[in-house]
Design a protein around this ligand. Sequence first.
Ligand code: DGL
Length: 279
Amino acid sequence: MGASSLSSPSAPIGVFDSGIGGLTVVAELRRALPHERILYVGDTARVPYGGKSAETVTRYSREISDLLVSEGAKMIVVACNTASALAVPSIALDYPVPMIGVLEPGAAAAVKATRSGKIGVIGTRATIASEAYKKEIRRLNPALSVDAIACPLLVPLIEEGLLDDEITQAVLRRYLSPMLAEGIDTLVLGCTHYPLLKQAIHSICGSDIALVDSAENCALAVKELLKPNPSEDSSDSSLSDSSPRLDILLTDSSEGFLRIAEKSLGLSIDSLAVRRVGN
Ligand code: DGL
């Protein structure tokens, strides 16, 4: 199939993540662009990505991007900070459709939000080791201080659906205490799974700390990219013919997926299928 044009209302926005985390981006895309079709791939056979090498995450990202393009996606939203940090810079230009990651919009929002100049970033081991947030924030404003910490236990807890659980709260407290003591006023949720813990994080950080959600900021960046296209304007009557859908492909069956998508994020799913990717 040839590359779909951004102006094609029937072509889906392709979105992917290692698991359910990218659905936080889908929920924000739904809010920002209610008329769009979305095709989501959750790489549930290989989640988590956060402890894997750049080479492996890049291979997975290529395989899934190839699948999305072959399914007619008009753009690829990499709804995964780990893949955004490790793979997007080296693969984005290989595709006939735009590829947008979550990292730059999140870093820009953090720079805008901070008043004290002290920003905290939490993410997977791979994202934090890449220093991608630190570099992007410092590129935007070299005077800012960035305290970044890897939180490898959070993705498994979220994939298990332990969103409001004392174990998750204890783990969060352990991870967040040192940076809270440093006096940060802004915390970047540098993993698309983490907005599912927003309430728990908020109750630990208190209301004085701004939480920057990479999902929300990525959706705004996608909306901006689609803006010149009049078919994305919700006042456009041609949209009455378009059918907003959410189709999901998982690379392995996942019990908790539907429950979290529908209960925690309020998403309604039109189809869900398992599709094998890679070897
Ligand atoms: N949700 C992803 C991210 O934003 C991936 C987490 C993982 O698979 O470790 O980094």
